[in-house]
Design a protein around this ligand. Structure first.
Ligand code: NAD
Length: 495
């Protein structure tokens, strides 16, 4: 029995431009639910002409929005929150049905997005700048100003949470916002736009443009786009970063990941078993913070019983109920063949997701079960490539030094976690991990607001983080104002 309500009619997915729903004039495609393969939506891409027309409205609207006091802007965002809260169930089902998440994962993503919204609402009270009399009669002051029109391009795997990382903060800071959702999961964008419309967002301040690569390129190239946020795979993140910065734009592009978990012999078996299993199976492994490589440290006699806890928990999951579906059929094939290759290379299969059965009635969907590969070789595909599915590769390590050497050799740098009962060992992993986010006895170390989210190396191109306090300087300019209003008797360079 699946936990998600799949739409029983085709949803017409539109652009949201200047407060109106309009169809893009580019090519048409269909959206199929990963659960059962059924067509649940249709969409048209936005051409460069569509982008340009939308930008005219956005530029005009931003001038008024940017000049509106933050306390008035946040009134709209408070109403936005109420609308999303009222309809949270319906939105969670919709996003799950198009992305393959379970209902509770769909809801959790929306709730995490709402935390960012709550942080944005607090900016009117906590981000008040600063002013100081720096010498007699002379004051220096910070003023945060909007950038203008900013764009965000988002991936399929979090149809509401990732956009909500940037929508509330950008809007609260006085920018107009242009969103290009994933072409695989565009339906949720209409619900978010509808909630903002209901909340009273002025026409043109919030825009949704559907489409794929061509639409993204038209957005990046448009001269009125001041800054670009991107979240997706590393190869595209790099392309977007280079294209945007080449045009002199501010770009923050978050990419993919290959996250390591260091399992030490002194770990609590219950905490580590659940934490590791939930990390690599949550969202069917389709999240940038999922555990992907388990660095099992120490003698097999001690560490194997800990590994067994993870295997048992992952083996107990029911597809459709505890774990959702994979985004496309072709991605299922990518995962199956990666498992095949790892097996040929000598990995021992502790849990084989290739044999898992689809939930009843969902046989036409995209399914694979949790898979655990043991004795994976460092440097192999299963150890280094982002597979983006519920696959955990175990690499045996003699000690922490060997484990950290493997972790440090990764091209990515999103997250690393350690499971241990020793503070000394935990501190060592925190210090030595070459990642932007580190967890201790936590399988998915996603920072919660007001702490910022962001990796390093190939997991992020650009500076700063995408949420929390370290995102504010990305989505705004800080103007430094120095003033003097009185004549002084003796003048020097400080006056
Ligand atoms: P993707 O890179 O295929 O697509 C992301 C966005 O880029 C989509 O909107 C898509 O339409 C657009 N796009 C695709 N190809 C493009 C191109 N050549 N030029 C311009 N735009 C293009 O990613 P995905 O498959 O939707 O999402 C999964 C990936 O996202 C994984 O690698 C995952 O790790 C990553 N991700 C990272 C984070 C993070 O915070 N670092 C969060 C979520 C997902």
């Amino acid at each position: 029995m699946i936990t998600v309500r799949i739409p029983n009619q085709t949803i017409r997915c539109l652009n949201f431009v200047n407060g109106n729903w309009v169809q893009g004039s580019g090519e048409r495609w269909e959206i199929h639910s990963p659960y059962n393969g059924k067509s649940i939506g249709e969409c048209h891409a936005s051409t460069a002409k569509d982008v340009s027309a939308a930008m005219d409205f956005a530029v005009k609207a931003q001038k008024v929005w940017g000049a509106t006091p933050i306390k008035e802007r946040t009134r709209v965002l408070f109403a936005f929150r109420e609308s999303l809260m009222r309809d949270h169930e319906e939105i969670a089902h919709l996003k799950a049905s198009e992305s393959g998440k379970t209902y509770s994962e769909g809801l959790a993503g929306l709730m995490k997005g709402l935390e960012v919204l709550e942080y944005a609402l607090s900016l009117q009270n906590i981000d008040t700048g600063g002013k100081l009399e720096v010498s007699r009669g002379v004051t220096c002051e910070y003023r945060r100003e909007p950038l203008g029109v900013v764009a965000n391009i988002t991936p399929f795997n979090f149809p509401a949470m990732v956009p909500m990382w940037t929508i509330p903060i950008s809007l609260a800071l006085g920018n107009a916002y242009v969103w290009k959702p994933s072409e695989k999961t565009p339906l949720t964008s209409m619900r978010i736009a509808a909630a903002l419309k209901e909340a009273g967002i002025p026409d043109g301040v919030f825009t949704v443009l559907q489409g794929g690569r061509e639409t993204v390129e038209a957005i990046i190239d448009h001269p009125s786009i001041a800054a670009i946020g991107f979240v997706g795979s590393s190869s595209v993140a790099k392309q977007v970063y280079l294209r945007g910065t080449e045009k002199g734009k501010r770009v923050l592009a978050l990419g993919g990941a290959k996250n390591h978990i260091v399992l030490l012999p002194d770990a609590n078996p219950e905490i580590s078993g659940a934490g590791i299993s939930d990390s690599f199976t949550g969202c069917a492994g389709q999240r940038c913070m999922a555990a992907s490589v388990l660095l099992a440290v120490g003698d097999a006699k001690v560490i194997d019983p800990l590994i067994e806890k993870t295997v048992q928990r992952a083996a107990s999951l029911t597809l459709g109920k505890d774990m959702g579906a994979i985004i496309t059929k072709s991605q299922v094939e990518v995962l199956r063949s990666a498992i095949d290759r790892a097996e040929i290379e000598g990995a021992k299969i502790l849990l084989d997701g290739r044999k898992a059965k689809a939930p009843a009635g969902c046989e036409a969907g995209n399914w694979i079960g949790p898979t655990i590969l043991d004795n994976v070789k460092p440097g192999s595909e299963a150890a280094t490539t982002e597979l983006f599915g519920p696959i955990l590769s175990i690499i045996r390590c003699a000690d922490i030094t060997e484990a950290m050497k493997i972790e440090n050799s990764s091209a990515y740098g999103n997250a690393c976690s350690v499971f241990t009962s020793s503070g000394v060992h935990a501190e060592r992993v925190i210090r030595e991990a070459t990642t932007g986010m580190v967890g201790v006895n936590i399988g998915v170390p996603v920072p919660r607001e007001p702490f910022s989210f962001g990796g390093i190396h190939d997991s992020k191109y650009g500076h700063g983080d995408i949420t929390g306090e370290h995102s504010l300087d990305f989505w705004s300019n800080v103007k430094k104002v120095t003033q003097k209003w009185e004549k002084q008797a003796d003048s020097n360079w400080m006056s």
